[in-house]
Design a protein around this ligand. Structure first.
Ligand SMILES: [Zn+2]
Length: 146
């Protein structure tokens, strides 16, 4: 994982998740250490995707700082044009939790979600999205960024 820039460190030092606006994840704001651990897992899943010969994307759904869903891009290996890492993670979380409603969950993904994945997160009720190793806070998922 790349090191944080001075600006990112200052932003985190200024309150981290506690300073974020919008809905709070279940179990309260996720700590900086938890967010780093969750993104590291998404990066590990991205590595597995590449090993399998697929696109370099991985994602994790977390609730209360714990992984409840994991996604490895399977677009090429399935083949399924909708099997993006984020959608795979959302599907896995819904299966594990036994519900399509992932309210109180966060999505950690190695790249900025495409419109399909962000819409999937929106429909699942995910409260916050972080993307990239720089841990960009994309806030609440929306149906469209256009
Ligand atoms: Zn996508």
């Amino acid at each position: 994982m790349t090191s944080l820039t001075r600006r990112q460190l200052m932003r985190l030092a200024g309150g981290g998740a506690l300073a974020l606006s919008g809905p709070t994840p279940e179990g309260g704001a996720t700590s900086t250490a938890d967010r780093a651990r969750l993104m590291a897992r998404a990066v590990e899943l991205r590595r597995i995707a590449v090993e399998r010969g697929d696109q370099a994307f991985g994602a994790v759904v977390a609730r209360g700082g714990q992984v409840v869903g994991e996604g490895i891009s399977a677009v090429l290996t399935t083949p399924d044009p909708t099997a993006h890492g984020e959608v795979q993670a959302i599907r896995d979380a819904a299966r594990r939790l036994g519900t399509p409603r992932l309210s109180g969950c966060e999505l950690y993904t190695t790249f900025r979600p495409c419109p399909m994945c962000e819409a999937a997160a929106y429909w699942a009720g995910i409260v916050r999205v972080y993307h990239g190793e720089a841990m960009t806070d994309a806030g609440e998922p929306r149906l469209s960024r256009c």
